[in-house]
Ligand binder design. Structure first.
Ligand SMILES: Cc1ncc(COP(=O)(O)O)c(C=O)c1O
Length: 420
């Protein structure tokens, strides 16, 4: 179905209704699309209605990205953009440094975090190719897998997740953190070896699943790489960069800090900054792999989209100090830091990504200030809240041996509580 909505002279093409909506659903969708057109910038995005839509929309990149090769042509709207930027009292930062936080942990509830920006393009591509299933991969506590399961369910697609796991027996896996949401969404999950490499192991397995789904159910499946970090997903954070421009970051900040796990967010932000004049310095704190690995990922992306005027090494600093004991493994110091940050600033950091990156940022600011362009830093909070509920952090909070100053026994009305 092709329809055009015209308002205030701006045309917005709705390619199809993804799912047949009930009456309320159609009203919400129309309201959303009309309000989108009324306040449209290049991406025809609504800012006021608060409704997201299940419609497949045509997509044009921001003006400064229009010449890029392999740009997607469709998009779905799955989250509320213009997440807030606010001051952040990040403990451990030298007093002459001002830190603010971009709240991409507020892109939604079950859909919170950076992955939903990429999935707006990836899932749109799945729908426009008539796929009825989505396959992707990650760790057991992968935020990307959880966000895919939730968003795909919203769009009426079934989800198949390949989860790298130390545990082989599904009965022992439990329902902590992101796993709870995967289960609630009814995602089909397959435990694969923790060391399974993407190119040599996961991609062939995804192909095998695709063939099986075709043969046994007669449906087409769409595969998404780890973290959604390919040239389609890239547009999530090219648009994220446009959003930051619209929020005035060029005049307000010197440096942007983010976490890198599969490379897509770092690629989008650093390429966006480069294409619009490189006014800020971009820093990515790696929680796995090496700086060389991520530079190579971003360089491959630059090649694919046809940029040959710069290399990754010239547009982003990749810091290696955040990895700690390894991907997904927390040190007591990191969990303590998450506790302190929550208590002093009310910001919730996750143990796998943002907690490690924020801690490493405070250390780097003490160690080598020269890597930063100035004193005004914007930290991109990329989400991961459900990782807080994977068990590790809860255990450290309740494991204290002496009296717990936070929780006391006052069952006996004649007793008296201690004031700490
Ligand atoms: C909460 C969170 N922050 C940061 C990242 C890293 O983003 P990217 O995979 O785009 O490098 C991820 C995903 O891997 C994540 O889940």
């Amino acid at each position: 179905m092709f329809t055009h909505h015209l308002m205030n002279g701006i045309s917005h093409k709705v390619i199809s209704n993804v799912k047949q909506q009930n009456v309320v659903g159609i009203f919400m969708t129309r309201k959303c699309v009309l309000s989108v057109s009324a306040v449209s910038n290049h991406r025809c995005r609504h800012t006021h209605s608060g409704f997201t839509s299940n419609q497949l929309l045509s997509y044009t990149p921001p003006d400064w990205a229009k010449h890029l090769k392999m740009s997607p042509s469709v998009q779905v709207q799955l989250f509320q953009p213009f997440t807030p930027i606010q001051k952040w009292n990040l403990p451990g930062v030298p007093s002459d440094i001002e830190v603010c936080i971009k709240r991409d942990d507020m892109t939604g509830c079950a859909l919170s975090g950076n992955k939903i920006r990429k999935l707006e393009f990836l899932l749109a591509e799945a729908l426009s190719n008539d796929c009825k299933a989505v396959i992707t991969c990650g760790g057991v506590q992968s935020n990307h897998c959880r966000t895919t399961a939730v968003a795909a369910r919203q769009l009426g697609l079934e989800t198949h997740l390949l989860l790298r796991s130390r545990i082989k027996d599904p009965c022992e896996l439990g329902s902590n953190g992101n796993m709870l949401l995967n289960r609630l969404m009814g995602a089909s999950m397959y435990l694969v070896p923790i060391k399974a490499q993407e190119k040599t192991d996961l991609i062939p397995r995804m192909q095998q699943l695709t063939n099986k789904l075709k043969k046994s159910k007669g449906i087409k499946a769409y595969s998404i790489p780890i973290g959604g970090s390919n040239v389609t997903g890239l547009h999530g954070y090219l648009n994220g960069w446009q959003e930051l421009l619209d929020q005035g970051v060029i005049n307000r900040f010197d440096d942007i800090v983010l976490t890198v796990g599969s490379g897509g967010t770092a690629a989008g932000i650093s390429i966006g900054n480069y294409l619009t004049g490189s006014h800020l310095r971009i820093h990515a704190f790696a929680v796995c792999d090496t700086a060389a690995y991520f530079h190579s990922h971003i360089n491959e992306t630059l090649d694919s989209i046809g940029i040959d005027t710069v290399r990754s090494e010239g547009i982003i600093n990749i810091h290696e100090g955040a990895k700690g004991l390894g991907y997904g493994i927390s040190k007591p110091e990191e969990l303590e830091f998450i506790k302190t940050v929550a208590k002093e600033s009310s910001i919730l950091l996750d143990p796998t990504y943002t907690g490690k990156a924020a801690l490493a940022l405070t250390k780097e600011l003490m160690r080598d200030r020269s890597k930063f362009k100035g004193r005004r830093i914007l930290f991109l909070h990329s989400g991961g809240i459900f990782g807080m509920f994977d068990g590790q952090l809860g255990d450290t909070l309740t494991q204290s041996s002496g009296a717990d100053p936070l929780v006391q026994n006052w069952m006996n009305p004649d007793g008296e509580p201690t004031i700490y």
